[in-house]
Design a protein around this ligand. Structure first.
Ligand code: IMP
Length: 180
């Protein structure tokens, strides 16, 4: 499927499911190697990370915990720069290595907020794993430990990412087609 229409916008195929899978597997191997022997808690950021977390965690062979947290930041196709926590952290993450599992890092403001929040719980360490990253949009200070794929600074949907709630179910990644 080369094109999809979601509400008023058209998107074209950008990165295939096969390409995504290859990169998820590389990340999983890296995490398995680097965090062997650690007390690890994976923390998926809902809604967007549900698909990446599901694929990644199936390839993780660590004795670890997995939990999710829900934040909200986006309305439409541009970041509002504001985030709010909707479902909080219930696990005891003190002394654990927390691996934040994100769908995409754009400006980095979500991450900034989240890392600040996590530090209050006293984890041993905080690692960041994201499937996609837009290096040109990133203005954060936090270093991203595990990056699946770097992408263009354009709006994308699929593989968990949405436009107004639509498109999360697409297994490939699609990019917004220019309007002209
Ligand atoms: P940031 O706070 O600007 O880094 O934005 C991060 C959040 O915005 C992600 O977790 C996504 O939910 C959302 N987001 C950023 N870029 C896109 C995109 O291209 N498509 C859909 N959602 C996006």
């Amino acid at each position: 499927m080369g094109k999809v229409k979601l509400l008023d916008k058209s998107f074209k195929l950008y990165i295939s499911a096969e390409e995504i899978e290859k990169n998820v597997n590389i990340l999983a191997r890296q995490i398995n190697n680097e965090l062997k022997g650690e007390e690890v808690c994976f923390l998926g950021v809902l809604n967007g990370a549900f698909m990446f977390a599901s694929d990644l965690l199936r390839q993780i062979n660590l004795n670890c915990r997995t939990t999710f947290l829900k934040l909200a930041s986006y309305s439409g196709t541009s970041s509002t720069g504001k985030v709010k926590q909707l479902i909080g952290i219930n696990e005891d993450i003190k002394d654990s290595v927390v691996v934040v599992v994100e769908d995409i890092v754009d400006t980095g403001s979500t991450l900034e907020y989240l890392v600040k929040l996590l530090k209050e719980y006293g984890p041993k360490d905080i690692k960041i794993a994201t499937m996609f990253m837009k290096p040109e949009a990133y203005v954060g200070e936090i270093s991203i430990d595990y990056i699946g794929m770097k992408i263009q600074n354009e709006f994308v949907v699929g593989y968990g990412l949405d436009y107004e709630g639509y498109g999360r179910n697409l297994k490939d990644l699609y990019i917004l087609e220019s309007q002209n």
